[in-house]
Design a protein around this ligand. Structure first.
Ligand code: MSP
Length: 512
């Protein structure tokens, strides 16, 4: 196990009212890449995902399916686990809010808040949207609907309230002291102005449905599903045992990754609940954008919901992983189309990266007796290319700490481009006749460049990168980022397996 600086990363937990689609896969994929990167970088990682199983929305879906809520949750939750396997996600834990460990944790945080005078009994009269699982004030409604377009219903019932209003000032101070807490910056500004405009106490229990965690000592009340759901992030590291090794190691979380639609819950309510319970807020919340499909919102009624499995079947897993994080600047909305996908895969993967690997490895197979070539003295062009790969790690690390996936990939691909230009300039096929030792040096420099590139692409494309590293004869225990340096460089004379293409070309759907 790694001993480096802890890194705790979480996905939102997914509502089990829906089948997993590309939007869900996207959120977890971004976390998976970060988790893999940090592990390879020597950090001690805890990567959490799971399912959000309580509340009216899930109760309603279970009823519509004609099954008992828990049975319904078991079934749909399994689909999310299966998705994680299909997408090759490396989560360390999968939490379900119906698990005993979580119910105990939610009740413990409730008691803590109650003891600290942060929760009081009152009565709620206002609007509620089951789809959003959110309360709305009269003034927030637009044409009788929630600002998100969801239907609302009038609710009037006894309710416990959390003293959110008391946390307005502490939250503003917290945001000011932690400028990186909310990203991207535009979203941060939205949250700050929302909090500045004033916070009302928040209804945190309901009496009109049953599917949820009962309030301790007052079981007629079911806890508000967002208080229940958000608490998963601490349950998974041992709460209420704040003295446990996991809690001390991993809390506060390094990053909660969320979609832009649920930022308010994570950047306003959650830090307020935590501070009110005497716990530290997470270090960062990043709100990413939404995918539309060929220009349209994904919806069951339009029948355009993209199932990640169909994409994987069509394009292969790693190309899909690459596309989702390369195509759209992380934080922005993006549009999915097969044309764009094919364009990216043929360009960046087949032509640029794949072709580099293929050209070099087949020249090595043909001209160097299938062994890692023996380099001679390095020329300026050789050290320049190797120097560029050497400089990549700090750049990629910095960009990933800011969740700039597309820019990190862009930086790697600049070196892929430089390596392809080096092949053309050095023309090893000509050197084969004129200067074989120089050809061996050039091919060695290229193979070593590819080794370093493949180490760095592992978090994004684990299987394809492993295939490349296998073809270079890189041992499994030499694939961390500590091995990027010359100390782990390719060893001349190592017998190599027969090269095989890694990134196939696709037919342009427009031309098909
Ligand atoms: N259960 C809550 C989260 C609780 S976290 C304590 C929830 N679940 S969800 O299943 O509705 O959404 C989970 C995530 O999927 C959100 O981050 C949401 O933004 C993301 N996406 C859902 N559709 C999406 C797209 N079309 N595109 C990108 N992400 C999308 O909210």
């Amino acid at each position: 196990m790694s001993t480096g600086t802890p890194y705790y990363i979480t996905t939102p937990i997914y509502y089990v009212n829906d089948q997993p689609h590309i939007g869900h896969a996207y959120t977890t994929l971004a976390c998976d890449v970060l988790a893999r990167f940090m592990r390879l970088d020597g950090r001690r990682v805890h990567f959490l995902t799971g399912t959000d199983e309580h509340g009216q929305k899930v109760e309603k879906s279970a009823r519509a399916a004609g099954v008992d809520p828990l049975e319904f949750c078991d079934r749909v939750s399994q689909n999310f686990r299966d998705l994680a396997v299909a997408m090759n996600f490396s989560n360390d834990d999968f939490i379900r809010t119906t698990e005993p460990r979580h119910i105990a944790s939610v009740q413990a945080i409730w008691n803590e808040l109650k003891e600290r005078g942060q929760i009081y009994l009152g009565s709620y009269a206002g609007w509620y949207s089951v789809r959003d699982e959110a309360f709305y004030a009269e003034g927030e409604l637009v044409d009788g609907k929630a600002p998100t377009g969801a239907d609302v219903e009038w609710v009037e019932e006894p309710s416990y309230f959390f003293r959110l209003s008391a946390w307005q000032q502490p939250l503003l101070e917290f945001y000011a002291a932690n400028p990186d807490f909310i990203a991207p910056e535009s979203r941060r500004n939205e949250v700050v102005s929302f909090v500045r405009s004033g916070l009302h106490d928040l209804s945190v229990s309901r009496t009109s449905f049953a599917w949820g965690v009962p309030v301790p000592d007052d079981p007629d009340h079911i806890m508000y599903v967002w208080l229940d759901a958000l608490t998963n992030y601490i349950t998974a590291v041992g709460y209420p045992d704040t003295g446990s090794e996991d809690f001390r190691t991993f809390w506060p979380a390094s990053l909660h990754m969320v979609g832009k639609d649920i930022l308010r819950f994570h950047a306003v309510y959650w830090p307020a609940f935590l501070m009110a319970a005497g716990l530290q807020p997470p270090q960062r919340v990043f709100a990413h954008g939404w995918w539309t499909i060929e220009g349209q919102k994904m919806s069951k009624s339009l029948g355009n919901v993209v199932n990640p499995r169909d994409l994987i079947d069509r394009y292969g897993l790693d190309p899909v992983r690459y596309f989702l994080l390369r195509e759209v600047p992380f934080g922005n909305d993006g549009d999915f189309s097969d044309r764009q996908m094919v364009h990216r895969l043929n360009g960046d993967l087949a032509n640029d990266y794949g072709n580099l690997v293929q050209r070099v490895l087949s020249m090595v197979a043909k001209n160097c007796d299938g062994r890692t070539p023996q380099p001679g003295l390095l020329a300026a062009a050789d050290t320049a290319l190797l120097g560029r790969t050497g400089a990549l790690l700090p750049t990629v690390r910095e960009l990933l700490l800011e969740q700039q996936f597309h820019r990190a990939l862009e930086a790697v691909w600049e070196v892929v481009g430089a390596a392809n230009r080096y092949v053309d300039e050095q023309a090893p096929w000509t050197l084969r006749k004129t200067d074989p030792p120089r050809m061996a040096t050039v091919l060695y420099v290229l193979a070593e460049t590819i080794r370093r590139l493949a180490l760095l692409t592992q978090p994004f494309m684990p299987q394809a990168s492993a295939k490349i590293l296998d073809q270079l004869g890189v041992p499994d225990d030499r694939r961390g980022f500590a091995d990027l340096g010359a100390g782990s460089a390719l060893v001349a004379g190592t017998p190599l397996p027969k090269p095989e293409g890694v990134f196939p070309r696709h037919l342009d759907p427009a031309a098909a």
